[in-house]
Design a protein around this ligand. Structure first.
Ligand code: XIL
Length: 386
């Protein structure tokens, strides 16, 4: 166990006790004054190399639009990443313009890019309550839903069978605020198929591609307490995920991995509870499942505007989170949700009120390494070997 790890962990615990001070101020002073946080990194090796040295995979998603038009970005991507995921180009709305028609042009191009650059490829996502095509509401009902879903998975997963490292089969199926006892979200899929749609999707995916790892992907699993009005208490959500996974496993559902999204919030890092998160990861591993961090980034829209201060806080969040998560041997991969601040969903989804650009990812908008990159590099370097 390294010294950094201990100091980092102690730092987190101290932060956890400081409930009287405002979260922002506390997080800021601890992170800035902690001498262990110099974010020193030894050597020049890339994130993918540092991850691989520990038996981990590091990668990120990207968009066809960016990869195909931004040569500088396309050249930089494979230098840091070992795996490419489709950020949007395999979502329903983008590949199924009508019930009978599929458009694989962009997905095919992404896979070819991955192959050319020696990257693994990951599919995202087969069943989600968002990004559904306009025709969905009008055309899908309880009579035809099963056929339409299984046909979708057959065609999409089948097309890339044998060439995909992992598929996000079901994304964000839980939403405790919807009030159901099983915690399931009132999604369009639940409406037409009932709770068994999850199992149905996994079975169809395994059938279409026996080789790819099948992932259940979920958000809001990293924190304690309730952070904002539309979300659930983090602990309650972890319990609901475990129940869902237990149920799927007990029914023999072909599921291999829990994906923990990891959209962290710079102003809420005092809500990271290492002990509880650690216990949760161990419980997931006990179900004979692997774990991936699938969508890591740090929202900085409410952090101070000073870039040095902001970057330190973002880096601190990365290191705090990863130092806990990577201690669990079942964790096999880490993906940030994007590689560079040049192309992050948060610039539209969580922009800053002061108009400054957000800085949530390991590389800045010039594709240079930031402190967040150092934090990730250190977390990989300090991680136990898989
Ligand atoms: C986001 C993409 O990054 C955006 O470009 C798009 O406009 C909306 O979707 N959780 C998920 C991802 O599982 O699919 C979302 O991606 C981000 C939140």
């Amino acid at each position: 166990m390294s010294k950094n790890w201990l100091l980092t962990r102690r730092g987190v615990l101290c932060l956890g006790l400081g409930t009287l001070a405002s979260i922002g101020t506390l997080a800021k002073s601890k992170a800035l004054n902690n001498p262990a946080r110099d974010f020193t990194v030894v050597g020049e090796a890339s994130l993918k190399e540092r991850a691989a040295a520990k038996g981990l995979i590091y990668g990120a998603p990207a968009k066809y639009r960016t990869l195909s038009s931004d040569a500088e970005f396309a050249a930089r991507f494979p230098q840091e990443c070992a795996i490419l995921a489709a950020e949007n180009d395999l979502k329903w709305r983008n590949i199924r313009p009508s019930p009978k028609r599929f458009n694989f042009t962009k997905g095919d191009w992404m896979l070819e890019f991955a192959r050319t650059h020696d990257l693994l490829f990951r599919g995202h996502t087969l069943v989600w309550y968002k990004a559904l095509p306009k025709w969905f509401k009008e055309k899908v009902n309880s009579q035809n839903a099963e056929r339409i879903l299984v046909d979708h998975i057959d065609k999409v997963v089948g097309r890339y069978a044998g060439q995909i490292h992992s598929w996000h089969v079901v994304n964000e199926a839980l939403h405790l605020r919807d009030g159901r006892s099983d915690g399931l979200r009132n999604s369009p899929w639940l409406d037409v198929l009932g709770p068994d749609y999850i199992e149905l999707a996994f079975r169809a995916a395994r059938e279409a591609d026996p080789k790819s790892l099948l992932v259940y992907n979920e958000n809001d699993l990293w924190f304690d307490g309730q952070l904002w009005s539309t979300t659930a208490n983090g602990e309650a959500k972890r319990v609901a995920v475990l129940k869902l996974l237990e149920r799927l496993k007990s029914r023999g559902t072909p599921i291999d991995v829990l994906g923990i999204q990891g959209h962290l919030r710079g102003t809420y890092m005092t809500h990271l509870n290492p002990k509880k998160l650690r216990a949760f990861l161990a419980d997931v591993a006990d179900l004979d499942l692997k774990i991936m961090v699938t969508e890591l980034d740090v929202r900085d829209h409410k952090l101070p505007k000073d870039i040095n201060v902001r970057d330190r806080l973002v880096a601190t969040a990365y290191e705090d989170f990863l130092s806990v998560v990577l201690d669990e041997p079942a964790v096999m991969a880490v993906f940030t949700w994007g590689l560079s601040d040049r192309d992050t969903w948060l610039s539209r989804f969580s922009p800053r009120k002061d108009g400054l650009a957000v800085r949530p990812l390991p590389l800045d908008d010039q594709l240079n390494r930031k402190l967040a990159w150092n934090a990730m590099a250190r977390a990989f370097d300090n991680a136990p070997m898989r």
